[in-house]
Ligand binder design. Structure first.
Ligand SMILES: [Cu+2]
Length: 161
């Protein structure tokens, strides 16, 4: 049994690539930069990894905040502006990053329970009908981001750099 385990771990990615099922789109490295002020929205970031087929991100939901929107920051003659995005293309086999200074989630009213747990769950809605549940680490104001979460209960630290 001990000899079998490493074999299974190694074999899984190849099995996924070799079988007939197309590789799905997935999302990881999700984190939230918590606003220092309850009146202003927090921002969320993540990386979408396109699968074998192109799709679109059509929206993001969460039970742990009042409202979530997809936004894009852009520089208009030296002024940083934001615009709301209704959908974001995720081309096949392509990474689409939501990162500071570019695309981001705008999150109003992050719930206190989520803040004390240090993480919150989002549901990402794809045009192909998939709903992806992703946990995001919550970075409190003043923390260098993305840094390991201080909460001892948090196992999934952000991998982004
Ligand atoms: Cu915004």
């Amino acid at each position: 049994m001990r000899a079998l385990l490493p074999y299974i771990a190694l074999a899984t990615p190849f099995a996924l690539a070799a079988c007939g099922d197309p590789a799905p789109t997935y999302i990881d490295q999700a984190w939230v930069r918590l606003s220092p002020n309850k009146e202003t929205p927090s921002a969320g970031y993540f990386v979408a990894h396109g699968g074998d087929a192109a799709t679109q991100l059509r929206g993001v939901l969460t039970d742990y905040a009042l409202k979530v929107e997809m936004h894009e920051s852009m520089d208009h003659d030296g002024m940083m502006m934001m615009q709301k995005l209704d959908s974001v293309d995720i081309p096949a086999k392509t990474k689409v990053a939501f990162a500071p200074g570019g695309k981001h989630l705008m999150i109003w009213g992050v719930n206190d329970t989520a803040i004390s747990r240090g993480k919150m769950t989002f549901t990402f809605l794809l045009a192909n009908g998939d709903r992806l549940l992703v946990d995001a680490v919550i970075q409190k104001p003043g923390a260098a981001a993305p840094a390991p979460a201080p909460a001892p209960a948090s196992k999934d630290e952000p991998k982004a750099h």
